[in-house]
Design a protein. Structure first.
Length: 436
């Protein structure tokens, strides 16, 4: 985790103290269940809670023990025994290390997912507000980066809202997928531990029981979780790239907020660069990079090996922390985005009306001209404007004898009505937002 791109609440989920606290709770809840089943003394289970519930675990001490044991869970259990005393012999009865590690990871990823879902809620709120603000702000739609037909800036944002709504649904599904508990013993057979212990721990930790574990929870769950993070990051980048393009000098339809005293370049005092959006592109690349090891972790040997472990120690914190930061940054960009409707109108008009070419094409076909001829008539006039030989597309059409045979001047003029393109904006907004 890089402090520059880390927010405290998400980072705290992955801190050693948090991890050890979750480990303790798993062990203590398991002891409660075993006490209820008569496997260990009830007094022992109570003592475990009483001695360690409010304790701040000594991370340095655990690390020192691990340097000898070369085993993190044993190091923790040794330190816990120092705190609990003789009753610590009843801790970890019939359990294996992965019971603790995997159940803890499920808790951490579920908590991380909750923060990411909240991040998405904040982003959706910002996008919705700006979408309605610019619901009917005319702008040019582009395909292949080239002017296509008119749209509105609100519709652009409505598309982003719909995409991040899907992202939220995926995050909810990913949370459910990964929030499972395994307390099933060395190879998942419950030979040394009662399945009811697992059920108790799962409920206490806010998880569901893993139906079939081996020594570990199957890693297809985690692969799905991190793949979802990668898709969400790609959506972040998509909107960030849109903003980067709109901020280009020759476009300048929108730009990131530029605060008082902010500097855009060490060399050129005039620069206002889309640095936040560019940063999001880089962060999205990193989140997607964590997907590959998560996919490769699925194929473990037999009931388990530890090839997944080292990768997960990095990708768990890094992917969630990075996406959390990226979503918060994108929310800020959208919330403060400076929009220039006058530049949008200027760009919309810069091709002399060529953006209405399809309407003319369709009108000609509806007046009896073949599609092939209609296309040829419109294109030959459009290319004169495109090449700079003329600036008035409508005037060229009115002067074209083949076009004039099918369409009157008044009919041609009607085809250049900008509002025609926005007649279904309310329909789209109703579909996306449920209101207009």
């Amino acid at each position: 985790m890089i402090p520059r791109y880390t927010r405290p609440e998400m980072a705290s989920i992955w801190e050693p103290q948090t991890r050890f606290r979750i480990w303790f709770e798993i062990e203590a809840h398991a002891a409660d269940a075993m006490a209820d089943l008569g496997i260990i003394p009830a007094d022992a289970a109570r003592t475990i809670w009483e001695k360690a519930k409010g304790v701040t675990f000594d991370v340095a001490r655990i690390d020192a023990i691990e340097r000898t044991t070369k085993h993190d869970v044993i190091a923790f259990l040794t330190h816990l025994a120092e705190i609990v005393g003789p009753e610590a012999r009843f801790v970890h009865q019939g359990m294996t290390s992965s019971d603790v590690l995997d159940t803890c990871l499920g808790v951490q990823l579920a908590r991380a997912a909750d923060l990411l879902i909240a991040d998405l809620d904040g982003l959706l709120a910002a996008i919705e507000r700006r979408a309605f603000e610019h619901k009917l702000t005319p702008t040019i739609g582009r395909s292949h980066g080239i002017h296509a037909e008119p749209t509105t800036f609100g519709l652009k944002l409505a598309g982003a809202y719909a995409e991040f709504s899907r992202a939220r649904e995926r995050m909810v599904a990913a949370r459910k997928e990964v929030a499972t508990c395994a307390i099933s013993g060395a190879v998942g057979t419950f030979a040394q531990i009662d399945p009811r212990v697992e059920e108790h721990v799962a409920e206490a930790m806010g998880l569901t029981v893993e139906p079939v574990s081996t020594q570990v929870i199957p890693r297809d769950r985690h692969a799905m979780f991190f793949a979802t993070l990668g898709v969400v990051a790609s959506s972040v980048e998509r909107l960030a790239i849109e903003i980067r393009h709109l901020q280009r000098t020759e476009v300048l339809e929108a730009e990131e907020f530029f605060s008082e005293g902010q500097k855009g370049s060490s060399a050129m005092p005039h620069k206002r660069n889309p640095v936040l959006s560019e940063n999001l592109t880089g962060l999205a690349r990193m989140v997607r990079a964590y997907v590959t090891p998560a996919m490769e972790n699925v194929a473990l040997w037999h009931e388990r090996d530890i090839s997944h472990s080292s990768a997960e120690r990095m990708i768990g914190p890094d992917a969630t922390v990075t996406l959390d930061f990226a979503l918060a940054r994108l929310t800020g960009i959208v919330d403060k985005l400076i929009v220039y409707p006058e530049n949008m109108k200027k760009n919309l008009d810069r091709l002399g009306g060529l953006v209405h070419s399809q309407r003319v094409l369709l009108a000609l076909t509806q007046h009896g001209v073949s599609r092939e001829d209609s296309y040829a008539f419109v294109q030959r006039n459009a290319m004169k404007v495109w090449r700079g030989e003329a600036t008035d597309f409508m005037g060229l059409l009115k002067a074209d004898p083949d076009v004039k045979k099918a369409l009157s001047d008044k009919e041609i003029e009607a085809l250049f009505d900008l509002g025609y393109h926005f007649k279904n904006v309310d329909t789209i907004f109703r579909r996306v937002f449920g209101r207009v």
